[in-house]
Design a protein around this ligand. Sequence first.
Ligand SMILES: Nc1nc2c(ncn2[C@@H]2O[C@H](COP(=O)(O)OP(=O)(O)OP(=O)(O)O)[C@@H](O)[C@H]2O)c(=O)[nH]1
Ligand SMILES: [Mg+2]
Length: 366
Amino acid sequence: MKQTRLILVGGFLGAGKTTLLWETALRLMEKGLRVGLITNDQAPELVDSELLKLSDLRVAEVSGSCFCCNFNGFTDAIKAIRAEVSADVIIAEPVGSCADLSATIIQPLKQYWNAELRISPLTVLADPNRVASILEEGNSGLHPDAAYIYKKQLEEGDIILLSKSDTLTAEEVASMRRRLSATFPSATVLSASALTGGEGLDEWIDAVLNRQDAGKRLLEIDYDTYAHGEAVLGWLNGTLLLHGASENWDDFLKSLMVGLAAKFDETGCAVGHVKVIAENGKRFAVGNLIGKQDTLSLRGSAGAGEDLKLIVNARVETTPERLDEMVREVLLLTIGGKYKEEVVAWRFLQPGRPSPTHRFTEIVGS
Ligand SMILES: Nc1nc2c(ncn2[C@@H]2O[C@H](COP(=O)(O)OP(=O)(O)OP(=O)(O)O)[C@@H](O)[C@H]2O)c(=O)[nH]1
Ligand SMILES: [Mg+2]
């Protein structure tokens, strides 16, 4: 069987990984390449998988723990995609609160999967929304231990990709790239937009399709701080159906997102990422919140109809129980007795201490 190119895209919650995966997959497929995607989360019921599947992409999901703590689950997903679609390229997105990927994923893959895979440099996304604060030794509104994870993620990137470059001026992009290069001199620093026009995207794609210098450094990371940085985030994944007619499901999604944003701001709970997909058959809309209310964005359209499928993924600095309470309260208020809700799945949890399957202490030659 041929070798598959594996591209791992890390970076903090909401940094733009899934959007980049999607846009990249489409571009690669246009070139005639066979592409598979792997998503990852602490629990099932993922907005990311749902979103990617809606565009008919082959998506495998590793849920229940991160790639590093379930290395065999990750390699099973790789095996399945290679067998099913004979993939030329697999793009994988680890959990946004995950770090130490070089030691726990890239080196073991180089050691044990060298025949099957050609591994691209580890890409870590730096989101303009947070990166300036982090470079100034700030915490971007996050708990210091969560901000620690962000910093460690950047530190191990072979490529640091300044994401969402369309939200910055050309001068701001150039200046931020210079600052990133100065702080992380051994990384290649690039920038790209995965949305408007895809500025810089082809340069990054070219790098990850052709380079093979993956995992050039190993992090020094304090697992107590890392574990605490993950544990300060409550995690909620829920799927529900709303029965009843609506003229415009987009209004419903908007009210829900505005309500959630207001709730988290009022209660002083820092948002990692809250994403909601509202699906009405083939039509869908997505709401994203990656910080305070002013980061709220809505796109797509779910239109009018009888029934809505709603998937909610929330990662917010609070206890899982409190997160569950807050999300339920805002949901019920938004539903306002107009629709009948049917809960398909509902989980809330606190991520456990990371316990990687492998953790290499030496760089494996490629
Ligand atoms: N303007 C702009 N927005 C973007 C871009 N890429 C992603 N976004 C937005 O950023 C938000 C988060 O994007 P995702 O792709 O879901 O981020 P993620 O890193 O996969 O998030 P997690 O899976 O929660 O870690 C969404 O509102 C996206 O629309 C971009 O290139 N430009
Ligand atoms: Mg994602």
